[in-house]
Design a protein around this ligand. Structure first.
Ligand code: IMP
Length: 194
């Protein structure tokens, strides 16, 4: 089994990445490393924040490290919340508060103007210290109220292109087949297979 240190404290991400990679990999989240870790996501781009997280844990562990920085871009909001997705409603905001704020901001915007995409940027620092980036997106739109109990974050208000249900209603297996995260991880897997 290949071990993969993941520079994320978001248990949902850790679980999704474990599920997507499957049993050949053991994904170890930052909170499972035994010592408390803390970083500031001060970057202006997904890449910059993914690099901050990967470099932090690389320095901490000396091992190869993968980081996931992701978020939701809404076209009519010129890409917001974007890199601020996790703190859209404030520094310590919950997923529910962030989602509520986005629904409020989009109130009255017609369905055909609610186009959005999830973006996932993975930064992998390999054992030799070389930095690699892998990116995945998933197009869709924002609906006007939260539906479904699965997933996390903005999943209850995001309907992927070609679907009628939100990411929180779709089976986890199906989300993990089409998501921004699984698309970025497919690139990562291709890279490590060489
Ligand atoms: P960060 O990458 O830790 O800065 O935070 C990413 C934020 O984007 C999360 O807190 C979620 O709000 C949102 N996000 C990223 N990926 C997903 C997803 O797959 N579903 C729902 N929300 C997501």
């Amino acid at each position: 089994m290949a071990k993969l240190i993941l520079a994320s404290k978001n248990q949902h991400k850790v679980m999704e990445i474990q599920d997507i990679l499957g049993p050949a990999w053991e994904v170890i989240g930052a909170d499972q490393l035994g010592a408390p870790v803390h970083w500031e996501e001060t970057g202006q781009t997904f890449r910059a924040n993914a690099l901050i997280k990967a470099e932090f844990l690389r320095a901490h562990t000396g091992e190869g490290v993968l980081a996931d920085d992701s978020g939701l871009q809404v076209d009519i909001l010129e890409g917001a919340p974007g890199v601020y997705s996790a703190r859209y409603a404030g520094a310590a905001a919950s997923d529910a508060n962030n989602l509520k704020k986005l629904l409020r901001v989009l109130e009255g915007v017609p369905l055909n103007e609610r186009k959005a995409r999830f973006v996932c940027v993975l930064c992998y620092i390999d054992r030799e210290g070389k930095i690699h980036y892998f990116e995945g997106t998933c197009e869709g739109h924002i609906i006007s109220e939260a539906v479904g109990a699965g997933g996390f974050g903005y999943d209850p208000i995001f309907v992927p292109e070609g679907y009628q249900q939100s990411f929180a209603e779709i089976a986890a297996l199906e989300k993990n087949r089409i998501s921004h995260r699984s698309r970025a991880l497919a690139q990562f897997l291709k890279h490590v297979a060489y």
